[in-house]
Design a binder for this molecule. Structure first.
Ligand code: DAH
Length: 343
């Protein structure tokens, strides 16, 4: 027992005078005292030589020694950790730092902002609506009653809990919401994400972005529509771009048209992008159908209006000559970092 006490006292003194300044020394301390072959275990092993009547006191002494050693280790460990957090004043401040990657606007956002700013200069303001819509705002109010064949043009995602809810297939639904408010004249653009149940390919995705426009006042004519879109195209693509309108069909406009611009890649001579026609389609448009105005409580005898809608992805692909629409949603930094400045 006396032998044991002397050993413990000696080790305690040694521990008290130990110097631990780094992780290596800390580990050496742990192995020496607290390791499986360390001093604490070794002294404990000597318990078997202590006479039975002294075992209780010896056990207590040993336990105290173990706690003492563990506490010392804990203190050294904390000291080493906090030292690691401190600034190393010997470091070489002339070394180059870690490069910080600078973010860039997404090409869709760049084009989205540019489209909006062009129309804002013509007095249009931005109106937004929900992405989860009801049947009325997305279809019925736009002259697309249930079972109308034109609904097939926009293959739709429905919400299973409530078949009246769907993911909007165009932002025309936001136009209906704006018209229902009844504040006239109305001159708005509706940007936003839309969804269609389409097979994903280089030219189609199950979601994309649109900007739709609407102007309702007294005496708005097709000439106003043409002039507005003409201005937009010149601002967006430059003075030399040619424009043509082709008759088309949309249930919510009458007459309806599709607008093409001369191909930016081949300048109108014919290439694979314009399918050798020299023209690429960029938007749909027309005069708002009187029943759509009536559906929204607007007097169609007094007011007329025009509307148009375009896909931002399509405009972006033409602007930057991007051939595959999937690149816009893959988040590949090698693609995205090419768009570091606004156009
Ligand atoms: N909503 C149509 C679509 O998503 C695009 C469109 C065509 C919008 C004509 C209009 C319009 O406002 O007048 O395919």
């Amino acid at each position: 027992m006396n032998d044991l006490m002397t050993q413990i006292e000696q080790n305690k003194k040694e521990i008290e005078s130990s110097v631990v300044t780094n992780k290596e020394e800390l580990e050496a301390f742990r192995i020496k005292y607290l390791g499986t072959k360390g001093i604490v275990k070794a002294i404990m092993g000597e318990m078997k030589n202590v006479p039975v009547e002294q075992k209780k006191d010896a056990g207590q002494l040993l336990n105290e020694f173990k706690i003492f050693t563990e506490a010392a280790f804990e203190n050294f460990s904390n000291a080493v950790e906090s030292k690691a957090d401190q600034i190393d004043f010997n470091m070489d401040l002339s070394l180059p730092g870690q490069p910080i990657n600078i973010g860039a606007r997404h090409p869709i956002s760049i084009v989205h902002n540019k489209i909006i700013s062009i129309f804002q200069r013509l007095g249009f303001s931005v109106a937004e609506g929900p992405e989860i819509e009801d049947d009325w705002h997305n279809f019925t109010a736009l002259n697309l009653p249930e079972n109308h064949p034109a609904r097939d043009m926009q293959d739709t995602f429905y919400i299973s809990q409530n078949p009246d809810w769907l993911l909007r297939t165009h932002t025309s639904s936001a136009q209906i919401r704006a018209m229902e408010k009844g504040e006239l004249p109305l001159r708005i653009i509706c940007p936003g994400r839309v969804y269609r149940n389409e097979t994903i390919s280089a030219r189609a995705h199950c979601f994309f972005n649109q900007v739709e426009g609407l102007y309702i006042a007294e005496n708005v004519s097709f000439a106003d529509l043409k002039q507005t879109l003409y201005f937009f195209v010149k601002e967006m693509f430059g003075e030399n771009v040619k424009v043509r309108f082709r008759p088309s069909y949309f249930p919510f406009t009458e007459p309806s048209a599709e607008m093409d611009i001369s191909c930016l890649i081949c300048g109108g001579e014919g290439c694979s992008v314009c399918k050798r026609t020299g023209w690429v389609e960029i938007l749909g448009c027309g005069m708002v159908h009187p029943s759509v105005l009536d559906n929204c409580g607007i007097d169609s005898k007094k007011y007329t209006g025009f509307a148009f809608g375009m896909g931002i992805e399509r405009i972006t692909m033409l602007t930057y000559q991007v051939k595959d629409l999937r690149l816009f949603s893959e988040n590949d930094v090698r693609f995205l970092k090419q768009f570091t400045s606004a156009i």
